[in-house]
Design a binder for this molecule. Structure first.
Ligand SMILES: Nc1nc2c(c(=O)[nH]1)N[C@H]1C(S)=C(S)[C@@H](COP(=O)(O)OP(=O)(O)OC[C@H]3O[C@@H](n4cnc5c(N)ncnc54)[C@H](O)[C@@H]3O)O[C@H]1N2
Ligand code: MOO
Length: 448
């Protein structure tokens, strides 16, 4: 049994001609396998990579008890419930330099934010809370009654992170905050999974590459540019293979070449029922591929599977950024055969390909965050399919979120996609939307 057949057999009621959006996600989650090669990267090169191992804190953070305020450190056991506390100031503790000496009852030390707490002291009174009395060289403070409790304004050693504990976990994407956290532990490098290499090409005789003269019935290729952008935002290494004509020999060369170098291949076009389409036939010949009709709009037809990596003698398509060697995927490269229509490409990428690639990158799977916004207009929707409508979320005068579609929802209309900041997700069972109804929105956020 092929892998596709095996997964199909595990799923109840699998029907390639009637897939739901949820069913596609479930299938893909079973089909993809994560990369295995680990790279140890300096922090400046690790942004957007996925951790291949927990980051263990080599010490307590903060390393000492320290003050959270500019003020006076003292022993809180002297606080009385019914009397102000008067203390004599015997020195100053600066940040970066521990204060030496012992502090007796009735004494305190002026302290700066971040400075190490002097031995035996556990409480800090912020300077604006005290009354300062000076007589000659002697400084005294009075702390009003009822203002503080023992331990106030002191940050405890190990309060952020305890030595030996995981500060970051395997499978987490390295965000700016996580890079900062790793740096705060003094770590110069982190272990990450190697980046994914993704090859993509557009198919169709009517597709022009930029620089070609316009001709009747032909359109400029936009899909390679949107796919390039979406992949780059994900931190993938992209391999642009151009436009491939609807010719069996050219298609075979493109697929086998892509499979030999990439972890995944993304194509657009040729997955519907058009007559002069060799694309589907070639996918079938070279791989283990399912052809789906998905109950969704846009993005109805899609092909998914693996293309076996027959080694080509040489590659005409070197990786455009860096090189981490050949694909190590013995099972062949994942294939995502997206429909040709420009918006269908982007929607199927965001809904299905992106989560699948994140899994391949070794990232911990996280459900897509949907936020709720009130629709400013009525939207017609038939139950029985998932619709992704291009919309713009904004803040309503009452401070709540509202969303409006950005015009024509035709699956070739990129302008309304370019104006949108998210996709309104009208779920499978959902019907018409009335003005003011709450709808779910998948925000583009960092994805595009
Ligand atoms: N009888 C049926 N016809 C169609 C069906 C169907 O179910 N039954 N599905 C429709 C849907 S939905 C879509 S989407 C398309 C998908 O067809 P293909 O994947 O075979 O794509 P093409 O026919 O090659 O192209 C569709 C459309 O998109 C334009 N295109 C293609 N590639 C690019 C590109 N790289 N840059 C810009 N534009 C591109 C192409 O010119 C066509 O206009 O099939 C429907 N038909
Ligand atoms: O749904 Mo097709 O994928 O409309 O353009």
């Amino acid at each position: 049994m092929s892998t596709i057949e095996q997964i199909a057999a595990q799923l109840q009621g699998y029907d390639p001609q009637a897939m739901t959006a949820d069913g596609v996600q479930d299938f893909l989650a079973r089909l993809v396998t994560p990369v295995r090669d680990v790279l140890e990267l300096p922090l400046f090169e690790a942004l957007g990579r996925v951790l291949a191992a927990d980051v263990i804190s080599p010490f307590d953070v903060p390393p000492h008890d320290n003050s959270a305020m500019d003020g006076y450190a003292f022993s809180g056991s002297q606080l009385a419930p019914d009397a102000a506390l008067e203390l004599r100031v015997i020195g100053t503790a600066l940040a970066g330099k521990a204060w030496q000496g012992s502090v007796l009852p009735g004494q305190c030390v002026k302290i700066m934010t971040g400075a190490v707490m002097p031995a035996g002291l556990d409480t800090v009174v912020p300077q604006e809370f005290v009354q300062l009395n000076r007589s000659g060289d002697v400084e005294r403070i009075t702390i009003p009654v009822g203002l503080l409790r023992t331990g106030d304004n002191r940050r405890l050693r190990g309060e952020d992170l305890a030595q030996g504990k995981a500060a970051l976990q395997k499978g987490e994407l390295l965000t700016p905050a996580r890079l900062g956290l790793a740096a705060s532990l003094g770590l110069e490098t982190v272990k990450t999974w190697r980046p994914l290499r993704v090859a993509y090409f557009s198919t169709g005789d009517e597709i022009l590459s930029l620089g070609e003269a316009p001709r009747e019935g032909a359109v400029y290729d936009s899909n390679r540019y949107t796919v390039f952008g979406l992949l780059s935002r994900l931190g993938c290494q992209v391999i642009d293979m151009g436009v491939v004509r609807d010719d069996p020999a050219l298609l075979e060369a493109a697929f086998t070449d892509a499979a030999a170098q990439a972890d995944a291949i993304i194509t657009s076009g040729g997955v519907s029922v058009g007559e002069a389409d060799y694309t589907k036939a070639m996918m079938k010949k070279l791989g283990d591929v399912a052809f789906w009709r998905i109950a969704m709009r846009p993005g109805r037809p899609m092909a998914v599977g693996r293309i076996s990596s027959i080694k080509s003698a040489f590659s005409a398509y070197p990786a455009s950024t860096g090189s981490y060697g050949k694909s190590s995927n013995e099972q062949g490269a994942m294939l995502f055969g997206l429909p040709g229509n420009p918006v269908a490409v982007m929607v199927t990428f965001l809904a299905f390909v992106r989560p699948a690639l994140l899994r391949m990158m070794g990232a911990k799977p996280e459900p897509t965050l949907l936020l709720k916004a009130h629709s400013t207009e009525a939207i017609r929707k038939k139950p029985g399919r998932t619709e992704y409508q291009r919309g713009r979320v904004s803040t309503a005068p009452d401070g709540s979120l509202q969303v409006k579609t950005t015009g024509s929802q035709g699956s070739g209309v990129l302008r309304s996609m370019a104006e949108a900041n998210g996709l309104i997700v009208l779920h499978h069972g959902q019907g018409n939307v009335a003005v003011g109804d709450e709808v779910d929105v998948m925000m583009f956020d960092g994805a595009m």
